[in-house]
Each structure stands twice: as C-alpha cells, then as structure tokens.
Design a protein around this ligand. Structure first.
Ligand code: NAD
Length: 380
C-alpha cells in the first residue's frame, strides 16, 4: 500500500512525540511492506514566527492533498501568559479542524492492565473500563461568534449547534455502539442551555434508528462525577465540543496519564491523528514526554484511514509488550518502578519499535488487541 502522510509536529512536546510516531510508521512500512511517504508542515507558534499565520496556506494545501495527518500539539507560554495577543497558535488548530471538516473526535479510553497502579483512581474502580468518546469538534462555543462590548467590560462567546452537526456525529456514535457495549451516554446541560435542549432532541430522534442501542442522557456536572465514581458504567459517550474537551482530560486519569490517550479526528475527507495532550511547556525539551499517545494515534490511523487492522494491532501489541516488560516514562512510573526501567522519549519509541512484529501469533497473544481497542473505535 502507498500512502502520503503529513507530519505536523507543532509546538513543545508535539515535536518530541510525533518524531516517535513517525518512527513507528516507518517501521510498520518496512515490516509489512508498505510505502509510506512523509511531508512535514508548520502549525502553531512556529508557523506564526515564520509566516505570521498559525495555519499557513502552504500547510493547508499539504493537508488537503494527503492520505492522513499525524499531529503533535500547539501552544506556547508566550500566548498562555498574554491572552490579549490577537494571533494565537490555537487558532491554527481550530481553523484546521473547520477547513478539513473534522467534526468527530474519537477518543478511546482504555486502561492497559499494566498501568493499573499509575492512575490516581483505585485499581478496583478502574479495571475493565473501556470508554469511547465521540466529541463534536467543529461547533459549539469554540466556533460561535465572540467579542466584547460596553467598552470591553462585557464579553460573550456564543454556544451554537445546528441540527445537522448533532445528527452526523450522533449517527457515528450509535453505529459504533452497535459494535461495542450497545450503550450511548449523551452528555449535555439541557436543564439550562438551549443548545443542549436541541442536542438532546436530535439525539433522541437519531436513536430511534438504532433500537438495539440503549440511550441515556446525563448532565455534564453529573457525568464528570460518575466518570470517576464508576467509569465501567460508560460505553460510548457522545458530547459537544466544550464538554468533551473537559471530560476527556478528566478521563485521562482512567488511562493512567495524559501521555497515554490517543485520538482520531474524522469527517468527510482526510483523517487527523493526535494525542489528546497539549504542548506541555513544563516538560518541553527535557526528553521525558511519553510518546505512547502519539504511537497509539498511529495505530488509529492505520486502522481508520488505511484499513490496516493487523498493522494497527501490531502497534498496540508492541505498546502492551513494552509496558508488560516494565518499561515506563516518568508520567506512568509508580512507586514500584525501578529507576533503570524509566525511559526517555526516544528510548520508549525505540523499545516499542523493537517489539513490532509481523508474527500474528505473537500479536494475538496480547490481551489488549484490536478486538478491545481498535475495533471498538470502528466507525465503518
Ligand atoms: P498539556 O496537555 O500540555 O499538559 C497537562 C499536563 O500533562 C502537564 O503537566 C504535562 O506535563 C502533562 N503531560 C501532557 N502530555 C504529556 C506526555 N506526553 N507525557 C508526560 N506528561 C504529559 O496541557 P496544558 O499544560 O494545559 O497546556 C499546555 C499548552 O498546550 C497550552 O498552550 C495549551 O493551549 C496547549 N494545548 C494544546 C492542545 C492541542 O494542541 N491539541 C491541547 C491542549 C492544550
């Protein structure tokens, strides 16, 4: 198979982790005989410094002419410390999602058994959790009109949803639930917000086409509590842009660390794959970022964009084997981890690559394989 992949490292640890994701793609190409070609492009702070634009036209053209995108993260302390700056790295990210029509963000929250002790949540509450978030990505308060009035003393951000935006992601969530636990939890704030009332109405309507899937509604505040109290009670979670942003960061604790959560952003055209974390200024340049979320994002790319299930499974299997052998980055090490088992970013990438195999018997030996991770994200 021949595929053209654009690598968008972005800022901070985005660069460090996508380098490892790219290495995994190269190795998969070599082991399974695929021809992956790579092009790099700029986004975020570096793009602003170089061109004044967080998403230069040149980048957008490359993105519109490739088979898949591996993205790192955007963000820089300069902008976090000065909210008055008008041109900002995050604008590049939002524009990219809108321009590419990436309206559905899939975030599988699945704990590798080896990391049961790495989370701040009790192991008995965590064990067996398997949640798939469908976060709407191109609507909501992030894209509604925003501004100031009354000489700057009043600010507003409009929370807007249109029926078709809710319908299309709801269908994806219900279809996916049919292949998993047959349950969708739709999260909104319909007791207060009009846009949430439309959300609920539309989700109820769509659900009629999926009688085999149980639908429940939760308010965002209750869902935030239940996610930690009883994560096993969730299967597919369907929610808007803002609520999904917050809930999935919370859910990273179910997976052990922000450094473990991969995501796929899909829509009508090309798919984009990225860890859910940001550019992590606090650890940038220290070589300690966990690359596994980026590597697991590669697995999602192989499956969802290229239909390469065995290859995707080989990646998951290599990650699992690495963890089983006791290798950790700092964020997922616990009190029992020996210091010589804690790897830097590059060595973690190299270790995963050393375990990549075409041997399906070895791949299938792992407990957490396609059946429970990748196939559970199936949207086809
Ligand atoms: P963050 O996700 O960058 O970091 C949160 C915490 O998790 C930090 O303590 C960080 O060290 C840790 N962490 C994150 N990824 C890790 C990894 N791979 N390995 C080990 N530890 C990891 O969120 P933040 O600190 O709130 O934001 C930093 C910047 O990132 C901001 O500029 C923000 O705007 C941006 N951001 C970008 C995206 C994106 O590009 N998709 C998402 C979130 C935040």
């Amino acid at each position: 198979m021949k595929k053209k992949i654009v690598i968008l490292p972005g800022d901070g640890i985005g660069k460090e982790v996508t380098a490892e994701g790219k290495k995994v793609l190269e190795k998969i190409g070599e082991v399974f005989g695929h021809e992956f070609t790579f092009e790099e492009a700029e986004i975020g702070h570096d793009a602003i410094e170089a061109t004044g634009n967080p998403l230069p036209d040149e980048t957008l053209i490359k993105l519109k002419n490739c088979d898949a995108i591996l993205f790192g993260a955007v963000g820089h302390p300069k902008y976090d410390n000065d909210p008055t700056l008008k041109v900002r790295p995050e604008q590049g990210l939002l524009k990219m999602r809108k321009e590419l029509g990436l309206y559905a963000n899939l975030r599988p929250i699945k704990l590798f058994d080896e990391l049961l002790e790495a989370s701040s949540i009790k192991p008995e509450i965590l064990k067996g959790s398997d949640i798939l978030f469908f976060r709407e990505l191109t609507g909501d308060v992030y894209f509604g009109e925003k501004g100031r009035k009354d000489e700057g003393k009043t600010a507003y951000d409009l929370m807007i949803y249109q029926k078709y935006e809710i319908e299309r992601i709801a269908h994806k969530a219900f279809k996916s639930a049919q292949t998993r636990g047959k349950k969708v939890t739709s999260v909104d704030k319909a007791n207060v917000l009009e846009s949430s009332r439309l959300w609920r109405e539309v989700v109820n309507e769509v659900s009629k086409q999926y009688p085999d899937v149980k639908l429940e509604h939760q308010f965002i505040d209750a869902a935030a509590m239940k996610l930690i109290q009883n994560p096993k009670s969730f299967d597919v979670v369907l929610t808007g842009n803002l609520f999904g942003d917050i809930l999935t960061d919370e859910a990273s604790q179910i997976a052990g660390s922000m450094g473990m959560l991969a995501s796929a952003s899909i829509g009508d055209t090309v798919g984009l794959y990225e860890p859910i974390h940001g550019s992590a200024h606090d650890i940038t340049g220290k070589g300690i970022a966990n690359p596994l979320a980026s590597i697991l994002s590669v697995a999602l790319m192989l499956d969802i964009s290229f239909g390469l299930k065995t290859e995707a499974d080989a990646v998951i299997s290599a990650v699992e084997q690495t963890l089983r052998d006791g290798w950790r980055t700092t964020d997922i090490a616990d009190g029992k981890t020996a210091s010589n088992k804690v790897l830097n970013t590059q060595k973690m990438g190299d270790t995963v690559i050393s375990k990549l195999t075409k041997n399906t018997e070895a791949i299938n030996m792992t407990a957490l394989n396609t059946a429970t991770y990748i196939a559970s994200t199936s949207i086809h």
